[in-house]
Design a protein around this ligand. Sequence first.
Ligand SMILES: Cc1ncc(COP(=O)(O)O)c(C=O)c1O
Length: 484
Amino acid sequence: MTDTRGTHPSEPAHPTGSDLHLDLPATGGRRAALMTALREAIRSGRLAPGTRLPPYRALATDLGLARNTAAEAYAELVAEGWLTARQGSGTTVAERAEPVPSGRARRPSRRPGPTHDLRQGQPDASSFPRTAWLAAARRALTAAPNEAFGPGDPQGRRELRTVLADYLARARGVRTDPDRIVVCSGFAHALRLLFDGAAPVLPPAEHGPLAVEAYGLGFHRGLLAAAGVTTVPLPIDERGARTGELANHPDVRTALLTPAHQFPTGGPLHPGRRAAVVDWARGRGGLVLEDDYDGEFRYDRQPVGALQGLDPERVVYLGSASKSLTPALRLGWMVLPDHLVDRVLAAKGEREGWASALDQLTLAEFVDSGGYDRHVRRMRRRYRERRDELVAALAARAPHVEVSGIAAGLHAVLRLEPGTERSVLKAAAYRGLAVEGLADYRHPAVGEEAMPAVDGLVVGYATPPDHAYPAALGALCDILPPCG
Ligand SMILES: Cc1ncc(COP(=O)(O)O)c(C=O)c1O
């Protein structure tokens, strides 16, 4: 028995003619046109060697050709060596039909990586909980209603917002309900929704400059600059960002902070300053944007709760799965003051265009089933051990190097002698060790008088897989200058 395309139901699935996207000119001989289109698809690499073509009957039906025409075109291309026909396995693109590279030079698919990687910015990729995640995906997709496979709600799946509201209250002290959460594709996306695009929530022209911390991620500064946002750096001291300086900037109404764990210098914002910055936002009718990028990873005592708990109407809480799970997931969440929910939804547009509904359902199931907590606990233990190994290695091999920012997070800061950062980074590169200097994180507009620059390294101790960590630590100790 054959179906309408002439395919036997027991045959393996073949690409159909329309799957091949063959564009046949409307005029001229049909057989020649089909042969030209197939040759072109093979030559350009669109049909790779070994690709199985649909049965000629199916192709003929899809393209509106006579079966003979398609059969003859296949036969001639076999004779020319473009295709191979084997009894029982159909027609495939011949192995030696090498595609001709297009005019553009091909980019090498991957640059060789460093021998040792202690750059901050990602959790240990080898620890992603693949089995538990797959099990959660299976359960989530089995239980998902049919509407979950349609265009997504820009606010995010209710299943995810519901578990996030509970989780964030329990683990981070966030005060919210599911209706004030908007799912996005990570912190960077949240920044874009707030400041960039056709309908930003806080349009730079109306909203004035944004206060940021004197040290932060250059990528985020770049994103803000590209959106036309002027940023005003707040100096940092041992109590975190000097929020009192906000009083000197009457045009600033919004401040972006990392209160739980200043990025990258590492301390929490002092409780007095937490209260003060919320008071400032109330007094100014402004907002605090709270970047809670690694709030779950605190080692020596209870996590520092979210600032948002002090005033949910004045603080926008921004969370992400990038440190707790993986940046590859591209999932994050905004917990919004009531008056901003509709504006953020307007900025997102009518349909969900970023955060996959299926990944959202999987994450909801992962959190709800306790998998997320288990993973975070496991990784907290592991990163704490790594942090301890780093501190022990420095104590043994470079006791003069001060290490800070180690109570929390996935990275530490090593302080270097003034004027040595560049040469240490050069030595690291020579040794095959990827690591970053503090200077990269400093806001270009911070004056020396406001906050003297400090030489240092930002060491991402979570980045390498377990087996590679001891060697990376060894390389780090090798390149640290001896006591001056
Ligand atoms: C300071 C800071 N904020 C936020 C994030 C999260 O960014 P995203 O959710 O866009 O991956 C990161 C990186 O993980 C970060 O380093």
